[in-house]
Design a protein around this ligand. Structure first.
Ligand code: ALA
Length: 880
C-alpha cells in the first residue's frame, strides 16, 4: 500500500469516477442553499436534491468532495480517533443511472486496486434483507460470506432507521465498507465484528442504494429511478492510507496539532491534553471554513454553533495553559494546508483570523468571571455531596457571562456533575417573556403571574385572524390583578381570554393586535395581545358596562393598524430575499421587529454594505412591490416544506405542520405572521437606517406604505425649505452648500490669520502699556470700534501673554460701551474678582455688569466716559 496525501486522495478519487462517466461537481457551501430549515450541509447528497427527485435530468452521474459539518457527535470529537465537526466526504452519485452492481464493484476496485489496500483488511456490512447486495459482494466481488455482516435498519439503512421512524421520502438500504486495523487493536472478544465500537474496525465508505420512497406508516414504495449515494470519510481514509491510527495524525492536521503544542508551556502526553488538542484542531478547522462560507459568530442558528465552537476551543486552550487568544493563529495555517482544494480561503485568511480574534478576546473577558463563579458553586455542591448544578446558575452564566450551556455542561462534566437543563430552559423562558413584557404597563410580576394562571387554565385559543378581522367569541376567563375573576366592571384593566379570536398575539417579531371587544352591555379597548403558549390574552380596559365569564362578545381588531403591521411584515420577507440576492447567500435573519410604524431586520453580514448595494436592495424591494406579486400562504408538513425549500429532506424527523409564505420564486419563509395579499399593497418601501449592532450582525430599519410616503414628503419639504433658504433651485442645493462650506472654511482661515496678527502686534503693544500697582500687573486699554467677540479674543491672548494680572478692555461702538475683564488665577486667590471690578468700571460709564471671578463683561451708555472709566481701573484694583 502506498502512502497517499490527502490532496492526492481527493484528486485520485475524483479522476477515478470521472473516467467512469461522472461529472465532477464542486463542493457546495456549508450553508445549504435555499434551505432555511437545515443548519448545515451534512453530507454529499444534500446539493443533489433535484437530481434525486428526478426534477433535473441533465446530470446522471456525479462525483464530489463535499465540505460537511455535523454537530450531534460534538462531545465525541477529540475523544475518539475519527469524529469531527467539520469533515470532507468523497462521494459518487447515480441519479436513475447505474445501481448496486456498479457502485459496489467500483468501490471495491478503487480501494483494492487504485489505493492498493490489502483485500484481506476489508469487511462489509449489508442490510439484513438485501439479498441483491449480498449476492454482488459474494458472487461478483468474491468476498467470503463471513466478512459480509448483516445488520438492521439502524446501521444499514439511510437515513438511519428510516423504515420505522421516517422521515418520509427517498431512502434505502446501505452497505458499509470497513477497514480492519487488526486484532491487536481491538477488544479481543470472539464476538468482535464490524458492529463493535472497540476501534478495531473503522467504517470508511457508505454506499446507499436509494431505491424507496417512504410513505406515512412506514410503507416503502419502490422508486421509479434508483439512485446511488455514497460517502467516504476523507480523513478516515487518509488515516488508513497514511498508516496512522487517528484522523488527527494525518497530513491535514499535523501542522495545526504541532502549532497548538508549540503554544503550550508543557506539552505533555496526558490523554486529556491530547483530547483537547485534537478537539481544538477540529474546531479551528470548522470555524475557518464556516467563516469562509459567510457565517459570522452570533447568538442564533449557525452563528451560534460557530460561537460555541470558538468558545469551546478557547476554553480547552485555557485548560492546556494557553492563556492568550490563539485560535486566530490557527486559521491561516488551515488555509495553507487546504489551499489546493479550497484556494478561496487564502485571500480571506486575514479577515477570518480577525473575526476569530475578536470573538476570542470578547470571550476571554467573560470566561474568567464566569468560570470563577461556577467553580465556587461546584465546590459548595461537592461539599454538600450534591451532583447537579442549578438551572438558575447555568442561566445566569449564559445571560450575564455569555456561557453557552454546552460550556457550563463541559465544566460541570469535568467535575462529574450534571446540569438541571429543565431549570435552565425555564429560566430562559422567563427571560424571554420578561424582555417582551418590559415595555408593558403591567410589568414583570403581573406578567409572570399571568403565565402561571394562564397555564393552569389550560385553554387553547383558536386564532381566526388569518382570514377574519372580526369574530363572535365567548369569554372563557377574565384576569384581574393577577387573579381569575368571574366578572368585572367599568374602568377596570383586565386580561381577557376568548374561545376564538382574530387578534394576533405577539410572536415571530410581529407585535400583538389592538382593537375592541363589545356587546350590548359592555365595551372594551384592547391595547395589546400576548401569547402564552397556545392561549391568547387580550390586555383590555373596560370602557363601559360590565362583563362576565360566558358572555358573548364581538371581537374586532384595529384593521388599519393590522394592515400596516402586515405591510411591514411582508416587507421583511422582501427585504430578506433582496439582501440575499445583493449581498450573498450568507445573509441570515438574526432577529426582527415588526409593528405598525416600521420594521427592523437584523441579519448576518461582515461589513457595512456599500451605499450602492443598499440602494440596490431598496430598488429590488420596490420593484417587487410595483409588480404586485401575490403573497401565497400554504400549510404543509415540515418535511414537505423542507423538500420545497431545498435539499434537506434527509436526516431529521418532523411531523409538525408549518405555514409557508411564498412570493413568486424569490421568497419562501416559514412564518406564522400576518401578511398582505399582494406586494403592491406595500405601496412604497424606504430604508431609513443601516448599522452594526454587534460583530457580524447588521440592522436595517425601514418603513412602508403611508409612513414611507410621509417620510418622502417630509424630505422633499426639507429640500424645498433649504432651496428657499439658500436661494438656489433644488438641484443646485448640494453645489451651493459645498460652495458655502468652502467660503466658511476660508473665512475661518482668515479669522485665524487675524488672530495671529493681533497676537503679533496689537497684543505686544497693549501688553507694553501695562503698569504695576502694588505688585499687580494692570492693563486698562481702549480698543477702537471692536465687537465683544473680538474683545474676548484679545483678552484671552493678553492673558496668555502676561500670565499674572488684571486686564480691562473697553470699546465704544454704535454709541455704546462694551467692557471685558479678566483676572488671573493667582490674583483671584488674593481676593481680586473680575465681576466686582467690572461692576465699578461700568458704573462710571452709566452701565452695569458682572460675572465670574476670572472673566466678566459689561455694557455702558456713556461713550464719553470710557477713558475716565479705564483710568479708574488702577485705583479700583488698589482698593480691592
Ligand atoms: N449520504 C450518506 C452518508 O452521509 C452517504 O452516510
Amino acid at each position: 500500500m502506498k502512502i497517499i496525501t490527502s490532496d492526492e486522495l481527493r484528486t485520485i478519487f475524483l479522476r477515478f469516477f470521472e473516467m467512469r462517466g461522472h461529472r465532477i461537481v464542486a463542493s457546495a457551501s456549508l450553508v445549504p442553499e435555499n434551505d432555511p430549515t437545515l443548519l448545515f450541509t451534512g453530507s454529499g447528497m444534500n446539493q443533489f436534491k433535484d437530481e434525486f427527485l428526478g426534477n433535473v435530468k441533465d446530470t446522471r452521474r456525479a462525483a464530489t468532495c463535499q465540505k460537511c459539518l455535523r454537530t450531534p457527535d460534538l462531545e465525541k470529537v477529540g475523544k475518539t480517533s475519527g469524529h469531527h465537526t467539520f469533515f470532507e466526504m468523497l462521494g459518487n452519485f447515480s441519479f436513475g443511472d447505474y445501481f448496486k452492481k456498479e457502485a459496489i464493484s467500483w468501490a471495491w476496485e478503487f480501494l483494492t486496486e487504485e489505493m492498493a489496500i490489502d483485500p484481506g483488511k476489508l469487511w462489509v456490512s449489508i442490510y439484513k434483507d438485501d439479498d441483491e447486495a449480498n449476492n454482488i459482494w459474494k458472487g461478483m466481488v468474491r468476498i467470503s460470506q463471513e466478512r459480509i455482516v448483516k445488520l438492521g435498519e439502524k446501521e444499514n439503512f439511510w437515513p438511519s432507521n428510516a423504515p420505522a421512524v421516517g422521515p418520509n421520502g427517498p431512502c434505502g438500504p446501505c452497505s458499509e465498507i470497513y477497514y480492519d486495523w487488526g486484532r491487536e487493536y481491538g477488544c479481543g472478544r470472539p464476538t468482535c465484528d464490524v458492529s463493535c465500537p472497540c476501534g478495531r474496525f473503522v467504517e470508511i465508505w457508505n454506499l446507499v442504494f436509494t431505491q424507496f420512497n417512504r410513505r406515512e406508516g412506514g410503507i416503502l414504495d419502490p422508486l421509479p429511478n434508483k439512485n446511488i449515494d455514497t460517502g467516504m470519510g476523507l480523513e478516515r481514509m487518509a488515516a488508513v492510507l497514511q498508516g496512522v491510527r487517528t484522523n488527527f495524525e494525518i497530513d491535514i492536521f499535523k501542522p495545526t496539532i504541532n502549532a497548538i503544542e508549540s503554544m503550550m508551556e508543557n506539552p505533555g502526553k496526558a490523554e486529556e491534553s491530547q483530547q483537547y488538542i485534537r478537539a481544538i484542531a477540529d474546531h479551528a478547522r470548522a470555524i475557518t471554513f464556516l467563516i469562509g462560507d459567510g457565517v459570522p459568530p452570533s447568538n442564533e442558528g449557525r452563528g451560534y454553533v460557530e460561537r460555541m465552537l470558538i468558545r469551546r476551543a478557547s476554553r480547552m486552550g485555557k485548560s492546556l495553559g494557553i492563556d492568550k487568544p490563539f485560535l486566530y493563529k490557527l486559521s491561516p495555517l488551515m488555509a495553507k494546508v487546504m489551499k489546493v482544494p479550497y484556494p478561496e480561503l487564502t485571500p480571506n485568511r486575514e479577515r477570518i483570523s480577525r473575526i476569530i480574534l475578536e470573538e476570542e478576546e470578547r470571550f476571554q473577558i467573560t470566561l474568567e468571571d464566569g468560570t470563577r463563579i461556577l467553580e465556587k458553586e461546584i465546590e459548595v455542591l461537592k461539599r454538600e455531596s450534591k451532583d447537579t448544578v442549578s438551572g438558575d446558575l447555568a442561566f445566569k452564566l449564559y445571560d450575564t457571562y455569555g456561557f453557552p450551556l454546552e460550556i457550563t455542561m463541559d465544566i460541570a462534566d469535568s467535575h462529574g456533575l450534571k446540569i438541571d437543563r429543565e431549570g435552565f430552559e425555564k429560566a430562559m423562558d422567563i427571560q424571554r417573556r420578561r424582555s417582551r413584557d418590559e415595555s408593558r404597563m403591567t410589568g414583570e410580576i403581573f406578567a409572570e403571574t399571568i403565565r402561571s394562571v394562564v397555564d393552569s387554565l389550560n385553554k387553547k385559543t383558536e386564532f381566526t385572524g388569518y382570514s377574519e378581522k372580526m369574530s363572535r367569541s365567548k369569554v372563557m376567563a377574565i384576569l384581574k390583578d393577577k387573579r381569575l375573576v368571574d366578572s368585572a366592571g367599568e374602568g377596570e384593566e383586565l386580561g381577557i381570554i376568548l374561545d376564538k379570536t382574530p387578534f394576533y398575539g405577539e410572536s415571530g417579531g410581529q407585535v400583538g393586535d389592538s382593537g375592541i371587544l363589545n356587546n350590548e352591555k359592555a365595551g372594551l379597548n384592547i391595547i395589546d395581545t400576548q401569547r402564552f403558549g397556545e392561549t391568547l390574552v387580550h390586555f383590555a380596559k373596560l370602557i363601559k358596562g360590565s362583563i362576565k365569564v360566558g358572555d358573548e362578545v364581538l371581537a374586532t381588531i384595529d384593521g388599519v393598524r393590522r394592515f400596516n403591521i402586515a405591510r411591514n411584515h411582508t416587507a421583511t420577507h422582501l427585504l430578506q430575499s433582496a439582501l440575499k440576492n445583493v449581498l450573498g447567500k450568507h445573509v441570515e435573519q438574526s432577529g426582527s421587529k415588526v409593528d405598525e410604524t416600521s420594521l427592523r431586520f437584523d441579519f448576518t453580514h461582515f461589513k457595512a454594505p456599500e451605499p450602492e448595494k443598499l440602494q440596490r436592495v431598496e430598488e429590488i424591494v420596490n420593484e417587487n412591490i410595483r409588480n404586485g406579486d401575490r403573497v401565497c400562504v400554504d400549510i404543509m408538513s415540515m418535511a414537505e416544506a423542507k423538500k420545497k425549500a431545498a435539499t434537506a429532506i434527509f436526516g431529521e424527523k418532523y411531523t409538525d405542520m408549518v405555514r409557508v409564505i411564498s412570493i413568486k420564486d424569490y421568497s419562501m419563509e416559514l412564518c406564522g405572521g400576518t401578511h398582505v395579499e399582494s406586494t403592491g399593497m406595500l405601496g412604497l418601501f424606504k430604508i431609513i437606517s443601516e448599522g452594526s449592532i454587534s460583530s457580524g450582525i447588521r440592522r436595517i430599519e425601514a418603513i412602508t406604505g403611508e409612513a414611507a410616503y410621509k417620510w418622502m414628503r417630509e424630505e422633499s419639504n426639507i429640500i424645498r425649505h433649504l432651496s428657499g433658504a439658500l436661494k438656489v433651485p433644488e438641484d443646485k442645493i448640494i453645489q451651493q452648500a459645498e460652495k458655502m462650506l468652502s467660503t466658511l472654511r476660508e473665512l475661518e482661515k482668515e479669522v485665524g490669520l487675524l488672530k495671529l496678527k493681533l497676537s503679533n502686534t496689537l497684543i505686544d503693544e497693549i501688553a507694553s502699556r501695562s503698569v504695576i500697582v502694588q505688585g499687580v500687573r494692570v492693563i486698562a486699554y481702549k480698543l477702537e470700534d471692536q465687537d465683544i467677540q473680538m474683545m474676548r479674543v484679545t483678552l484671552d491672548l493678553l492673558k496668555e501673554k502676561i500670565g499674572s494680572g488684571v486686564i480691562v478692555l473697553g470699546s465704544a461702538r454704535d454709541g455704546k460701551v462694551s467692557l471685558v475683564t479678566g483676572v488671573s488665577p493667582d490674583l483671584i486667590e488674593k481676593g481680586l474678582h473680575a465681576g466686582n471690578i467690572i461692576k465699578e468700571v461700568a458704573k462710571i460709564t452709566g452701565g452695569s455688569g458682572g460675572g465670574r471671578p476670572d472673566l466678566a463683561q459689561a455694557g455702558g451708555k456713556d461713550v464719553e466716559k470710557l477713558n475716565e472709566a479705564l483710568e479708574a481701573v488702577k485705583d479700583i484694583v488698589v482698593r480691592r
